[in-house]
Design a protein around this ligand. Structure first.
Ligand SMILES: *Cc1c(COP(=O)(O)O)cnc(C)c1O
Length: 396
């Protein structure tokens, strides 16, 4: 038998669950792209995008996924032959570095493995050794979606300042944006990239590059007309916002998503993600026994609030994912970039997620562990419920 029929739940780390309000906002005929409502709507997005990123600087929108934002960010600030320092804490920063390499940029990598955050002392040592400042930019991910590690971005700024290194600090917030606290200006970030299909709850297709004046002044020779961020932030005519036809329906969807975030308040959005992540971790603290499943990142301060990467004994990761999908209608994420792949799985808890959805995910995993005879401790749901109850005690 199967108990999968009913509303399916995609709990992978992006694309995330789309709110009905976003989908409904997109369900409309094409608007006029030359004047009227679409223009007003578009220009309403920029201040809100900046406010939730904690910046007074610039944001350019690209029609494309996160990879497009990666390339746009690199191309605008780097010259062929420049060097970037990649802080590898999983698959994603490595991928950003490979893209830099494809643009003709030299890549120096510090590999922190797949269970640990960036070590700031080691970063300081590497930057100090770069006495003639060959390194033009430090590339890092705030949250690496493959390992679910969260890096200390303000700590990186402190290190750059302490060793008086002028490199740009460039941060990938594609997984973390709208989930984990991020404050671009207060944290001294020069360039930030993100995309719409994770914490921003909008179908994949538009991405964002934030940059300050220091980054704008860097002006690399890798950039070509389409990727140039300057006309996009200062368009003489409307089409230059996107260098062509606007992503009309995505803009309506994004407007609805931003309205939801602003109505809740970004601090409350971050607090919701923090509590739901703690509920997930509490369940794992109980489940975790030898031969069973566990959390990839040991230190809670370095765990993402958007995604949780988990290990098992091979091939139980695959068995559990398949059981959840086919028996219960819950799709978990694959163990991206890990070997053996069938030992790993990930839980997305980003964006449009609430307490009952997370309890549903955890309850489903609990049933799967029982049904598959995967060793685990009993009482995980109660531990998770306790976290949720404590955080909301006294609430109406
Ligand atoms: C999802 C993700 C990407 C890639 O985004 P795409 O939209 O798939 O191109 C890059 N970096 C991080 C940290 C991500 O989570």
């Amino acid at each position: 038998m199967s108990l999968a029929n009913g509303r399916a739940y995609l709990a992978i780390p992006g694309p995330s669950v789309m709110p009905d309000a976003v989908l409904q906002a997109m369900h409309r005929p094409s608007p006029n792209i030359y004047e009227g409502e679409l223009h007003d709507l578009t220009y309403s997005l920029f201040p809100d995008l900046k406010s939730i990123a904690g910046t007074a600087h610039n944001v350019a929108i690209y029609i494309g996924n996160g990879h497009a934002a990666w390339e746009a960010a690199l191309a605008n600030v780097l010259n062929r032959g420049d060097t970037v320092l990649v802080l590898a804490t999983g698959r994603f920063c490595v991928g950003w570095g490979e893209m830099a390499n494809g643009l003709g940029v030299n890549v120096q990598t510090i590999d922190y493995g797949d269970k640990d955050p960036v070590d700031l002392d080691q970063l300081a040592e590497t930057l100090r050794a770069d006495t003639d400042h060959k390194i033009k930019a430090v590339l890092t991910v705030h949250v690496d979606t493959s390992t679910s590690v969260k890096n200390d971005v303000p700590g990186m700024r402190r290190v750059l300042d302490e060793v008086e290194h002028p490199a740009l600090l460039m941060v990938d917030c594609i997984a973390s944006f709208g989930c984990d606290r991020f404050e671009m200006d207060a944290w001294g970030v020069d360039v930030m990239v993100t995309a719409c299909q994770k914490g921003l709850m909008t179908p994949a297709g538009i991405s964002f590059v934030y940059f300050n004046e220091k980054a704008n002044a860097a002006r690399g020779d890798c950039v070509t007309g389409y990727w140039d961020w300057r006309p996009r932030i200062n368009p003489e005519v409307y089409y230059m916002n996107f260098y062509g036809t606007a992503p009309t329906h995505h803009l309506y969807g994004l407007r609805a998503a931003l309205d939801m975030i602003l109505a809740e308040g970004i601090e409350a959005v971050w607090a919701r993600h923090a509590t739901l992540a703690q509920a997930v971790w509490a369940a794992f603290d109980v489940w975790s026994v030898p031969g069973g499943i566990g959390l990839n990142i040991a230190d809670p301060d370095h765990r993402s609030h958007a995604v949780t990467s988990c290990f098992s004994e091979s091939p139980d990761g695959d068995r559990l994912r398949n059981w959840c999908e086919h028996q219960a209608g819950l799709t978990l994420g694959i163990g991206l970039g890990r070997t053996p792949a069938d030992a790993y799985f990930r839980i997305g808890h980003m964006g449009h997620v609430n307490a009952h959805m997370i309890m549903g995910v955890l309850g489903t995993i609990d049933a799967g562990l029982m049904a598959l005879d995967i060793p685990h401790g009993d009482g995980a749901l109660s531990a998770a419920a306790t976290v949720i109850a404590k955080a909301t005690r006294g609430g109406a």
